[in-house]
Design a protein around this ligand. Structure first.
Ligand code: NAD
Length: 252
């Protein structure tokens, strides 16, 4: 596989899947901007990358905020160079059955996943189209196929698949690909919080979930980082507009 050093942005890179993706991209030789709500929360990931001999920058930004998203991309371009890899990973859940879901629950989830991905991509694509090369990877979810208690999240994650396909169509002629990864259950703070909310001890929760998964284990953030590495590689330029379910089996 050919390698070239690029500048990558990973949103929600302070922990979980985003942190693993940032570390993997750094290992692949890219300079990585770790973007999360607070700049200080990105330091752990940046330190781990730097210790391993990589190059990383911490950037604080709420991706759902127009000015903050643009400023984050501008800062990356100034400090690291034009970003040509963007992984839209930042995410939140506000689960509730529809009849109990508030407008705030709905708007929060839409703002981070959909608006955040839109704003970050709109800002970053300017650099990609100029460079005539780019890779966009959006984090969808198996919940895009429907999941009880997640009408907001499943709508946002299905929306991201439509956005990804349209980005692929609009940006292809500039050498830019756009793809989505739809993880199944991945052990992170996000899923740990779900276990806490339903009152099941974390280890039991993971065991119960693993029993339903064909490969008989839960996913780890590195499983997703691996799929990201494939989509952003130099050799993947003919793979665009795709959604890959990384869920330990064929079904969500
Ligand atoms: P996580 O909660 O551990 O990490 C999410 C990160 O995003 C946090 O560091 C958080 O601060 C950051 N973030 C939230 N809102 C932000 C904003 N407005 N601006 C910038 N950063 C923001 O979650 P995770 O499990 O690592 O999930 C990462 C992505 O993968 C999310 O998009 C999630 O929806 C998706 N996903 C996760 C799973 C899973 O099982 N964990 C499954 C499918 C999809």
């Amino acid at each position: 596989m050919s390698t070239e050093s690029r500048v990558a942005i990973v949103t929600g890179g302070a922990r979980g899947i985003g942190a693993a993706v940032a570390q993997r991209l750094a290992k692949e030789g890219h300079a990585v901007a770790v973007v999360d709500l607070d700049e200080s929360s990105c330091e752990d990931t940046v330190t781990r990358i730097t210790k391993d001999g990589g190059h990383a920058l911490a950037v604080g930004a709420d991706v759902g905020n127009t000015e903050a998203a643009q400023a984050a991309v501008d800062r990356v371009a100034d400090v690291l160079g034009p970003p040509t890899i963007l992984v839209n990973n930042a995410g939140v859940t506000r689960d509730n059955l529809l009849f109990k879901m508030t407008e705030q629950d709905w708007d929060t989830v839409m703002n981070v996943h959909l608006r955040g991905t839109f704003l970050m991509t709109r800002a970053a694509q300017a650099h990609m189209t100029k460079a005539k090369w780019g890779r966009i990877v959006n984090l969808s979810s198996t919940s895009a196929l429907g999941n009880r208690g997640q009408s907001n999240y499943s709508a946002a994650k299905a929306g991201l698949q439509g956005l990804t396909k349209t980005l692929a169509i609009e940006l292809g002629k500039f050498g830019v690909t756009a793809n989505a990864i739809a993880p199944g259950f991945i052990a992170t703070e996000m899923t740990k919080a779900t276990a806490e909310r339903v009152g099941v001890p974390w280890e039991d929760y993971k065991k119960n979930v693993a029993a339903q998964i064909p490969v008989a284990r839960v996913g780890v953030p590195e499983d997703i980082a691996n799929a990201v590495a494939f989509f952003v590689s130099e050799d993947s330029g003919y793979v665009s507009g795709q959604v890959i379910y990384v869920a330990g089996g064929p079904k969500a």
